[in-house]
Write a protein that binds this ligand. Sequence first.
Ligand code: NAD
Length: 422
Amino acid sequence: MATTKRYDVKDLKLAAEGGSRIEWADRQMPVLAAIRERFEREQPLAGHRISACLHVTTETANLMRTLKEGGADVVLCASNPLSTQDDVAAALVEEFDISVFAIKGEDNDTYYQHIEAAVDHKPQLTMDDGADVIGVLHAHRREQLGDIIGATEETTTGVIRLKALERDGALGFPVIAVNDAKTKHFFDNRYGTGQSTIDGIIRATNILLAGRRFVVAGYGWCGRGVAMRARGMGSHVIVTEVDPLRALEAAMDGYEVLPMERAAQVGDIFVTATGDKSVITRDHIEQMKDGAILANTGHFNVEIEIGALRDLAVETREARSMVDEFTMADGRRIYLIGEGRLVNLAAAEGHPALVMDMSFANQALSAEWVIANSATLERQVYNVPQEIDDEIARLKLATMGIDIDVLTDEQARYLESWDEGT
Ligand SMILES: NC(=O)c1ccc[n+]([C@@H]2O[C@H](COP(=O)([O-])OP(=O)(O)OC[C@H]3O[C@@H](n4cnc5c(N)ncnc54)[C@H](O)[C@@H]3O)[C@@H](O)[C@H]2O)c1
């Protein structure tokens, strides 16, 4: 049944506060602002319905504005029940006339009803962060698959799910892996997740990081960002990995590398950043010290076995806002931040705008590219075209006031030849 409601947000009275915060983020997003100005003139998205399922933050709001200025009819829902900023949701509805279905802390049923509401918008283009809209379309809204000319996917976990769908020959339309653009994951996953994960842990707990044993599970793009920033705060960082190459990188970057079984016994703070499940298990929890703090910054709340934590606890209570305390039979207390969901979005504000500028520039330009090339695209996962990646890097440098050298013709010839200069 098609929804008749235009929005479902917590409180429209929060709109003014959300509006100022959206404007504040916009000042840090000059690349997206330049794209928005061009979109307003050229209207490349005119006449297209877009359903976006992204974290409802100030940065996302500026992406939604950009799509709307480009001529699109946009609906937004949340890609995580805890990441919505209710003032931003209100401002998008009140000040920008964009439909939003998202309330911070919504239960699972409401979360999925909101995704269904976004699908009711009958999109021709979708934007996901974790492939939830694409999942719903492929599971039980298959009659709409034919209407969709393309989609974009923001994060590592989503891209992995979509590549699995493609391998099974089941992908219903072309998808652009925005995550895999260099101007996205080199910066957003590493510097964005690095800073905002630490920010979330500190806001939730107000603990001192200096001198603590800080365990990072996964030394991918996110994990290395978190490890780098935890070290910068004076922690002794321990990395756990399953990939020998990445474990080696972590070791040569100067971190202690241990299996989780051993790290569990010594760690004070644990952050999972793998995209995998059951990275911290019941066995690990049983070995942890009194006061250990657990958080997840990978996409879903399955990296830490939260069920085991609940089973093992003889008492559970909220120790602080966003921090649950689990007391074990032997008296040890283990703390979980943000219900094991993305800690940087549950307990802080997500990535800083300056880095989301590049991620969302990729989203906006990918949407434009899908529309311009829809006649020739196949049902497969595409990388963001190299020209888009290069252009975003150039624009970002320019907005940071950074000049770089340019190859001379002679140097270009030298670098391309196999015999010159030997
Ligand atoms: N918090 C955020 O805002 C944010 C931002 C970007 C990405 N993400 C999510 O973070 C996760 C990681 O993203 P990424 O770009 O770093 O991916 P990545 O593929 O670069 O890194 C993941 C790493 O985890 C390792 N790993 C897998 N299973 C493991 C296990 N059981 N124990 C230890 N290590 C294990 C892999 O070997 C790999 O090196 C994904 O779920 C992604 O969607 C979150």
